[in-house]
Every structure is written in C-alpha cells, then in structure tokens.
Design a protein around this ligand. Structure first.
Ligand code: KIV
Length: 271
C-alpha cells in the first residue's frame, strides 16, 4: 500500500516508511509563499528552503552570502503556505561551522522563528558533534554530502565529486556516520550514480539525490531550474519541465506593448 497517498502530513517517519516500502521521495526547493502553495498542492513530499536562495532569489554567485535572518524570512513564507509537505531549512554558511553550540542556537532560531520542520547542513565527520547537539533539542537533521556548495572555495569547481576511490570511500563512511548519529535522511549531490546507489543500499535512512542517478530513494531539484526560469543553467543532471524564461519574457513583453499602445486597461478592466 502506498504510504505517500495515505498520509495527510509528511513527517520524517513517513519518509522512512516510504524508503522501507520502496516508494520514491519527491523533493523540490521553495523560497516564497506563492510557489510553496503550488508545490504543496502538487503533492511534493519535501520542500527544501535551500540556501540556493542566495543564487536564485538574491543573485549571488555562491550560497555563501545568505544570512540566517534571510533564511528564516524565506522559510517562514514557505511554512505559511504548506499543509502537507515536510519543510526542511538549510543552515546557511557561517551559522553552524563555529561549534556545536552555534549550530544548536541557529537551528533553534530556524525552528522557533520560521516554523520549519527540520534543518539541513553540509558535511560529514566534521559536523557530527553539531548534529548530535541539534538532535538533542529534538530537531530533525538532514545531512548533505558529495558536492557541498558552501565549500566551493575549497573544491574550486562545481564538477562531479567522489570520482576517485579515496573520496568515494570517505563519502560512504560519512554517510554511515550520519546515519549512526541520527540524521533522518541525506542529500547526495553530484556524485557518480553507481556510488550513490551503493550508499542508498548500504544505509537504512532515505537518500535523496541531485545529479546522483536513479538508484537512490528520492530526487531533489531547484524549482527555478526545473521550471527553466534561468536559461543559462543547463547541467546534464537537470530535466527542465518548462521553459518559464521564454514564457515570462513573452508575458512581460506583451504587457509592456499593451501599456505603450494604450490597449491595457480596456473598458472591462477599470472601475
Ligand atoms: O540549497 C539547495 O538548493 C540544496 C539542494 C541543491 C539540495 O541544497
């Protein structure tokens, strides 16, 4: 029986049952009320208030500049729109790397001020103490391994991670450690499909992939990317479900034309 269709609200326990039943988990990013309402209506399982808001909402080149206050603003807008989906909120760069106390304080602010349901942070062994401390306050934690964009200046590029044996072995060991520590799920970003499949079958918690192939327990994409809002971002892993860039451009051009020609507003569009 489908767990997904039966439940009124997605919880971390529902996600675990979905993995146990072999049902795939669908996750997308959301940063604002209007889009989150549509995502929830469509039946998405998890809305990630990702720090990718730094790129797609604020126009920064990396995820590093977004602040905790800004993440809380985005997350609270999303939470107000949602009835069913689990809302996971990224801990932004600089809000948890200091020490486990800072990680807990930032997570408590997210939960208290936005109403989000869980937090996500990047890293393996180096963030275990922080994860333990966040969990001790009853806050569910999602891990994130592989390409971790908050470390872009360490990696130097956004290319596929863990292609070499040593990095792959470290990733498998980190995934096991995150499971042991108590994460309810892990995102794997931009790693070979074979490795992602191996991770998903060697741990019991759900593994959600982005650019990690189809052998994992669910998929996540940045909503703006899959809607084709940015026509300059075309990585191999991205499936575009719409060309909103062209659609929106056309609509804006039509509006500008109608205003300039005095076609808008007409008799019916005024009081
Ligand atoms: O911030 C984000 O959108 C993410 C996804 C790419 C997983 O972390």
């Amino acid at each position: 029986m489908s767990v997904h269709k039966e439940v009124k609200k997605i919880t971390t326990h529902v996600l675990q049952e979905m993995k146990n039943n072999g049902e795939k988990i669908a996750m997308l990013t959301g940063y604002d009320f209007s889009m989150a309402k549509i995502l929830d209506k469509a039946g998405i399982d998890i809305i990630l208030v990702g720090d990718s808001a730094s790129n797609v909402m604020a126009g920064h080149e990396t995820t590093l500049p977004i602040t905790l206050d800004q993440m809380i603003y985005h997350a609270s807008s999303v939470v107000r729109a949602v009835n069913r989906a689990l809302v996971v909120v990224d801990l932004p760069f600089g809000s948890y790397q200091g020490d486990s106390k800072q990680a807990l304080t930032s997570s408590i602010r997210i939960m208290k001020e936005s109403g989000g349901h869980a937090v996500k942070l990047e890293g393996g062994q180096e963030v275990v103490e922080s994860i333990k401390r966040i969990l001790s306050a009853g806050i569910p934690v999602m891990g994130h391994l592989g390409l971790t964009p908050q470390s872009i200046y360490k990696f130097g590029t956004y290319t596929v991670r863990a292609k070499e044996d040593e990095e792959a072995a470290q990733l498998i060991s980190d995934a096991k450690l995150l499971e042991e520590t108590g994460c309810f799920a892990i995102v794997l970003e931009k790693i070979p499909a074979k490795l992602a499949k191996e991770v998903a079958s060697s741990i019991n918690i759900p593994v959600i992939g982005i650019g990690a192939g189809n052998g994992v327990d669910g998929q996540v994409l940045v909503s703006h990317d899959m809607l084709g809002i940015n026509n300059e971002f075309n990585p191999r892993f991205l499936r575009k479900y719409h060309n909103l860039y062209e659609e929106m451009l056309g609509a804006f051009e039509n509006y500008i034309g109608d205003v300039r020609s005095s076609d808008f507003p007409n008799e019916k569009e005024q009081y």
